[in-house]
Design a binder for this molecule. Structure first.
Ligand code: G3P
Length: 219
């Protein structure tokens, strides 16, 4: 399972991209607005693209198919490798199908059920983004939903890649991997938290102390 960073924050992207273990970034209008409501979206997206050569999902804001397709054209004119993020609404499915015909990658987002995921896959979505945290928020077991989608994907041999999104804690990352997600897109804080273990810190401290002891004896 690949790991993407779910953010529009440049400092966080710079820091994590340099570590070499993420292969993409996903953004959405809320993440961009959180940075600065007056943000220059094109400028920020191109900055992110320069920092992370891999996957970059950019969301459209229109709610009608033509508007989505117009926005997709604009985003592609910024950089041709863009993945167009489209909301899981009927108009979004039609836009996904049109972009599929033109070989433009899409990420259908705001998916909360296996039937939504299936519809997006049938419309030709390159990625389907299943929101874990927001399911848990309404007392629906996101791991069970993702497992069901993973099972269907395996039985039906579907091509769309499954992205586990709305990741709120490291356990979601583990559950996503166990459920067969291809990618987890993770906020900075959770991603950094997932790298830590107190026994690693304790072990590093002991190695450093022993090394320093050996060095001091050589003096
Ligand atoms: O990838 C989708 C994500 O940005 C939504 O996360 O925490 O707002 O549900 P959250």
């Amino acid at each position: 399972m690949e790991l993407y960073l779910d953010t529009a924050n440049i400092e966080h992207i710079k820091e994590v991209a340099a570590l070499g273990f993420i292969s993409g970034v996903t953004t959405n209008p809320s993440l961009l607005a959180k940075e600065d409501p007056k943000i220059d979206i094109k400028k920020r997206i191109l900055e992110i693209h320069q920092l992370v050569g891999g996957h970059l999902s950019v969301e459209v804001n229109s709610l009608d198919t033509n508007g989505m397709l117009k926005e997709a054209d604009e985003i592609i004119s910024w950089f041709p490798e863009a993945t167009i993020k489209i909301p899981m609404i009927p108009a979004g499915l039609a836009a996904t199908k049109e972009l599929y015909k033109k070989d433009i990658p899409t990420n259908v987002t705001l998916i909360f059920s296996p039937t939504q995921a299936l519809a997006a896959a049938n419309a030709g979505a390159t990625y389907v983004s299943v929101f874990m945290g927001r399911l848990d928020d309404i007392a629906v077991d996101s791991y069970a939903v993702l497992n069901e989608i993973g099972e269907i994907w395996e039985k039906q041999c579907l091509d769309s890649s499954i992205i586990a999104a709305s990741i709120r804690h490291p356990l979601h990352i583990i559950q996503a991997a166990k459920a067969g997600a291809d990618i987890s897109t993770v906020p900075y804080k959770v991603l950094m938290q997932s790298l830590q273990h107190p026994l690693t810190d304790k072990g590093v401290d002991a190695f450093v102390a022993d090394y320093q002891k050996m060095m001091s004896m050589k003096k």
